[in-house]
Design a protein around this ligand. Structure first.
Ligand SMILES: CC(C)(COP(=O)(O)OP(=O)(O)OC[C@H]1O[C@@H](n2cnc3c(N)ncnc32)[C@H](O)[C@@H]1OP(=O)(O)O)[C@@H](O)C(=O)NCCC(=O)NCCS
Length: 156
């Protein structure tokens, strides 16, 4: 496997759902509710037309559900996931979302380092509780975390 240093391509809105699904499947993340019709915005990094990192933001009323964060194995450990999370946070601010939620079975500590805090699933707001990821896709053992969306520039 080649481990090449990635020279920081920009993060783009991704539209090729098949490419996204294939990266997610390869990294063990669920794809059953991801289709051209789903209301999830995907952002990511592509190289030579291939998606090597992806993150999704599903808008649910006034909150966001961060999902499908995946970096292809050969490109891990270079800060790409952190850049994608920061990008989604700025998109959430732009969209006037108040809080970002996420469910994860594998990366709770990664998100805690980025300022997300765990909460009980029973205290999640209704739009999150009824999302397909929450109600069917992620097992009960998955951790729920959240982070308020803040405008870093004015420190609010
Ligand atoms: C989790 C994942 C997205 C991280 O991608 P990445 O680009 O390697 O992460 P970054 O380089 O931005 O961040 C690396 C840091 O996060 C830490 N980290 C990476 N994966 C982690 C995990 N699963 N749990 C805890 N910490 C993790 C690293 O130790 C490193 O810490 P450091 O900065 O203190 O050295 C990647 O491993 C992945 O795609 N995993 C498979 C899919 C998955 O589990 N996604 C999360 C589901 S919500």
């Amino acid at each position: 496997m080649h481990k090449m240093k990635h020279n920081l391509s920009s993060i783009k809105l991704l539209t090729n759902i098949d490419e996204i699904r294939s990266l997610l499947t390869g990294c063990g993340l669920p794809v059953t509710d991801i289709s051209d019709a789903s209301a999830i915005q995907f952002y990511g990094i592509e190289e030579e037309g291939k998606v090597l990192a992806v993150i999704g933001l599903e808008k649910l009323a006034d909150v966001g559900l961060l999902r499908s964060l995946t970096v292809a194995e050969a490109f891990r450990g270079q800060g790409l996931a952190q850049r994608l999370v920061a990008h989604v946070e700025s998109m959430a601010l732009h969209e006037n979302l108040k809080t970002i939620y996420l469910l994860t079975q594998t990366a709770a500590q990664f998100f805690e380092k980025l300022g997300f805090t765990p909460l009980s699933r029973t205290t999640a707001p209704a739009p999150i509780q009824t999302s397909s990821q929450f109600s069917c896709l992620c097992p009960d053992s998955a951790a729920l975390l959240r982070k308020p969306v803040k405008n870093l520039e004015d420190g609010r």
